[in-house]
Design a protein around this ligand. Sequence first.
Ligand code: MG
Ligand code: MG
Length: 263
Amino acid sequence: MVELKTDTSINAMHEAGRVVGRALTAVRAAAAVGVSLKELDDVAHEVLREAGASSPFLGYRPSFAPTPFPAVICASVNDAIVHGIPGRYRLRDGDLVSIDCGAELDGWAGDSAISFAVGRPRPADVRLIDTAERALAAGIAAAVVGNRIGDIAHAVGSVCRAAGYGVPQGFGGHGVGRRMHEDPEVPNEGRPGRGLPLRHGMVLAIEPMLIASGRDGYFTASDGWTLRTNDGSRAAHVEHTVAITRTGPRILTERRAGGRPRP
Ligand code: MG
Ligand code: MG
């Protein structure tokens, strides 16, 4: 069932989303060669704590997972697409990192992700990340009253495929509300004009995932969580929680512009 949110609820969700945006900004600022993924998790956890927010990731156990998720961020490096567990791994020059973070504040959830390079970026990674951002922007632009879920999916998938990238099937966006994962599903590929009509008050996480090689295959690593590309090629993942309103899409997890450029 798809729950429509009141304007008051959307404002409350925006507060939760801002906490996520702050956490991701802080993680990105802290990410450098030699820093461990666990240390990045600590940075995000502190932002949530200061805001009085809790983590919908910590202890999360969806049906596919063998163990509860042990952290407040997912940290997926290089050939990891999503759901990486932040552990002792220390970032190396040129790593491509995707950080996914959620927060719950006053009973409302927010969910967002960024991809970036550490140290000296590889040109191929810059192009991959830039395309992921463009796919997300296209998906958000399609998140308007009168469109359907398939229009968002088509917008996202078209940008990814036109650039020659793979799109892993079976994972994508979703509704957000009191819980981080609600109906409906928001696939990263689809047919325009199909699916659920978009209405004022729907709040959706839109989250393109791209595989550099152009192939779609992935597998679940031995930790039971991390999705990795079959061919070892690199992946990017970006996400915003977006409210559909009569006056257009409203990004609830925006990040304030900081002192450094971000893709
Ligand atoms: Mg997420
Ligand atoms: Mg999500």
